[in-house]
Design a protein around this ligand. Sequence first.
Ligand code: SAM
Length: 294
Amino acid sequence: MSPGALVLVATPIGNLDDASPRVTAALAAADAVGCEDTRRTGRLLSHLGVAAPRLIVVNEHTERDTVPGILDRLARGERVALVSDAGLPGISDPGEVLVRAAVEAGFAVEVIPGPSAAAAALVVSGLPTARFVFEGFLPRKGSARTRRLTAVATEERTVVLYEAPHRLARTVADLAGVCGPERRVVFARELTKLHEEVWRGTLGEAVARVAAVEPRGEHVLVLDGAPAPAEPTDAELVAAVTAARATGSSTRDAAAEVAERFGVGRKRVYDLALGPDAQVGVSSSRRLPKGSST
Ligand code: SAM
């Protein structure tokens, strides 16, 4: 019996021609296909000319319940493909729970990579791509939303967010509130579809835009990272060490705490604390030689 495998298959985010030959082969070879919506996946299978395999509904409500049955299939040596309505399973879509269960049970997990709206929007945005974070959908309300917005506001890497069109105005207004109106943002809308559009501007301009033009279709928001805090001057570091020493910290502890807070090297702060300009409240006779501990 050949070993079973869970195969994550990326599907098009709009244009069905983005399905690669490997997608067709993987779906044709699957003994069963997990999908969110049988009609939608049925249309894709028929477009690809794949004879309808057994379909198992794996959506946000059923994913957990499908784990035992799918693990049984893998144990019998079956290949179970998993698709979502669009893009990569497991990215703001079912997948994570099944993958973890399959991995923990020792089954092979394979991936047929392909379109994902997040990656497509990021690379077309024109914003820095070297370091980015994916936030998916923000929590809709309450303190969870406030905390996430606060974290996004200070995030220095490019941030990729998903949003439904009817919530876009509020999300853009909230982002402008925490990040300020000057932060750059990109809307990547209806990617790969007839009405594909990439709009670039500031959050202030985005607020005005969504008020003027009702957002339609699927959107990814790509937000520029927060500016890196300015490098602290030596005088600022010495003042911070002085303040920490005044609360009773040792020079070493004060230097470590200040280094952590300002994101600079401990040695720099410690050397400054011991240097001639330091006002750390210790007499020169009590200053420590470099490298010794207090
Ligand atoms: N798993 C998918 C992926 O890999 O991109 C994402 C699924 S998530 C439930 C759906 C969200 O993805 C939409 O609300 C939208 O934010 C984004 N999205 C999906 N297709 C898109 C497209 N063609 N253009 C822009 N955004 C899209």
